[in-house]
Design a protein around this ligand. Structure first.
Ligand code: FAD
Length: 415
C-alpha cells in the first residue's frame, strides 16, 4: 500500500500525522524547508476558545483602513498592484459583515472547544512532553474607553455563547500581576484559554512521530501532481516523483499555489507577524493581549515572548524593523517597569499566518478529488485549532463520521 502524503510540516501537518498514525496509517510528511522554523514554531502559543469572531469582521474594515497609514500599526496591507491581493481584499470586505460573522461563530467555537479538549487529552497522554502549557486563561487588557467598550461587549457575547468571561478592575489586575504595574483601565479574562511554548510542542511532536515511524522528507518542494479525473496518483517534487494513496494539503500560506496546481481556487494571503523573547523581569505572570496594539504576551517563567502585527504580505518574508519597533514600544506602554531590551535582528522570529479571506479555515476534501484533503487557512489560530483539524482530517481520511459539523470550512467555497 502506498503511503498517505502530507504536504507541509507545520503544526497542522504534524497534528494530522499524529491522528493518522494513531489509526495505523503509513504517513510521510514532506516540506520544502529543513523543518526547523516555520509559522508554527515562534508564535504566541495561545489556545483560544474565546476567539469566536473571525478576522473578517465589520470592525476590522474601519480599523484596517485607519491603521494602514501607520508603519507601526497592528494591521497593515501594503498597497500594491497585485491581482491576488485585490481578489483577496474584495472577498475579505464581502465577508466582513454581521450575517457572515454570526454564521461563523458556532463553527469556530466548536472547532476551538474540540481542540482544547484534545490538547488536554494530549497533555495527559504525553506527560513527558515539556510543553510549558499553562491553563491560566487569557487576559485582554485595555487602556482606552473605546477598547473597554469593545472588549466588555465581546465578553457579553462570549457569555451568550456559553464561554466564561470575567470583567476585571484595576484592583484585580494588581492581584494578577503582583510584580509590576500593568497600565490599563481593566481587562477581560477568559479562564478557558491557555498557552504553551509552540517551539517545544513542535519539537516534541516531530520527534514523537519519527519514533512512531512517520517519515519526514525535508528540503523537498512539491511542484506538481500526477492526476486522473478525480484522483492524485503521485506528487512531483524537486527530488523526484512520489506515489501516494491519499494526499493532505497542509501548506500554510503557500496552500493557494498548491490548490492552483490541482485546478481549484483557495484564496490565501500570508499575514506576516513577528515575535521575540525577553528575560521576564520583573516577572509578568499572566498571558495577555494588549488590545489597542494587538500585542500578545506569553510568559514562560524566566522568559517571555512578545508577538504581534499582521501585515497582509502574500509570501514575502522580509523583516520590517518599523513593525518590530511597534511591538517593542507596546511593552513599556503597558508595563512601564518591565526591563525591555530591543532584540538583535537575529533574535527576531517571523511567520506568515495563512489567512483565508473570510477568517475561517479550509478543512475537508478538495473540490472534485476523492483522495485529496485540505487543512489550511487557520490564520491567527493555527496552534489553537491544530489538534481538532488533525482529528477531523483523520476521520475524513478513514471515511468515519466527523466529531463535529464541518460545513463552514468547505474547501471549495470560493470556487
Ligand atoms: C506573530 C504570530 C503569533 C501567533 N500567535 C498564535 C497564537 O497565539 N495561537 C495560535 O493558535 N496561532 C498563532 N499564530 C498563528 C499560527 O502560527 C499559524 O496559524 C500556524 O502556525 C499555521 O500552521 P500551518 O501548519 O498551517 O502552516 P506553517 O506552519 O506555515 O506550515 C506550512 C508548511 O508547508 C510547507 N510548504 C508549503 N508549500 C510547500 C510545497 N510546495 N512543498 C513542500 N512544502 C511546502 C512550508 O514550508 C511550511 O513548513 C501566530 C502567528 C504569528 C505570525
Amino acid at each position: 500500500m502506498k503511503p498517505t502524503l502530507i504536504i507541509g510540516g507545520g503544526i497542522i501537518g504534524l497534528f494530522s500525522a499524529y491522528f493518522l498514525q494513531k489509526e495505523g496509517i503509513e504517513v510521510t510528511v514532506l516540506d520544502r524547508t529543513d523543518l526547523r522554523d516555520n509559522c508554527s514554531t515562534g508564535n504566541a502559543g495561545m489556545i483560544v476558545p474565546s476567539h469566536i469572531i473571525p478576522l473578517a469582521a465589520p470592525g476590522m474594515v474601519t480599523k484596517g483602513i485607519s491603521w494602514m497609514f501607520s508603519s507601526k500599526s497592528p494591521f497593515y496591507i501594503h498597497p500594491r498592484l497585485d491581482f491576488k491581493l485585490l481578489q483577496w481584499c474584495l472577498l475579505f470586505f464581502k465577508s466582513a459583515n454581521e450575517k457572515q460573522v454570526q454564521r461563523a461563530i458556532p463553527f469556530l467555537k466548536n472547532l476551538s472547544l474540540l481542540s482544547k479538549a484534545l490538547y488536554l487529552d494530549f497533555k495527559a497522554e504525553h506527560p513527558e512532553a515539556a510543553l510549558a502549557m499553562q491553563e491560566k486563561g487569557l487576559m485582554m487588557a485595555y487602556q482606552t474607553e473605546g477598547m473597554e467598550k469593545e472588549e466588555v461587549e465581546f465578553a457579553y457575547l462570549a457569555r451568550k455563547h456559553g464561554l466564561e468571561a470575567e470583567i476585571l478592575s484595576q484592583a484585580d489586575l494588581r492581584t494578577i500581576e503582583p510584580n509590576l504595574e500593568l497600565k490599563a483601565r481593566g481587562a477581560v479574562l477568559f479562564p478557558g484559554d491557555a498557552h504553551l511554548d509552540p517551539g517545544a510542542l513542535y519539537g516534541f511532536l516531530k520527534k514523537y512521530l519519527e519514533e512512531k515511524g512517520v517519515k519526514f522528507l525535508s528540503n523537498t518542494q512539491v511542484q506538481g501532481f500526477e492526476k486522473t479525473v478525480s484522483k492524485v496518483s503521485a506528487i512531483l517534487t524537486d527530488q523526484g516523483k512520489i506515489e501516494a494513496e491519499k494526499i493532505l494539503l497542509c501548506g500554510g500560506s503557500w496552500s493557494a499555489e498548491l490548490a492552483k496546481m490541482l485546478g481549484f481556487s483557495m484564496p490565501m494571503m500570508g499575514g506576516k507577524g513577528y515575535s521575540f523573547l525577553q528575560k521576564n523581569q520583573p516577572e509578568i505572570r499572566q498571558a495577555t493581549i494588549l488590545t489597542e496594539q494587538k500585542v500578545a504576551v506569553s510568559p514562560y517563567g524566566e522568559t517571555i515572548r512578545f508577538g504581534g502585527t499582521l501585515e497582509i504580505a502574500g509570501t514575502n518574508q522580509s523583516v520590517d524593523m518599523r513593525r518590530v519597533q511597534g511591538i517593542f514600544e507596546s511593552i513599556n506602554r503597558y508595563y512601564p517597569d518591565f526591563e525591555s531590551k530591543f532584540p538583535n535582528e537575529n533574535e527576531i522570529w517571523k511567520g506568515l499566518r495563512p489567512c483565508s479571506p473570510d477568517g475561517l479555515p479550509y478543512i475537508g476534501f478538495a473540490p472534485n478529488y476523492s483522495n485529496v484533503l485540505v487543512g489550511s487557512g487557520h490564520s491567527m489560530m493555527g496552534i489553537s485549532l491544530a489538534p481538532a483539524t488533525g482529528k477531523l482530517l483523520a476521520e475524513l481520511h478513514q471515511a468515519k463520521d466527523t466529531s463535529m459539523e464541518i460545513r463552514g470550512f468547505e474547501v471549495g467555497r470560493f470556487n
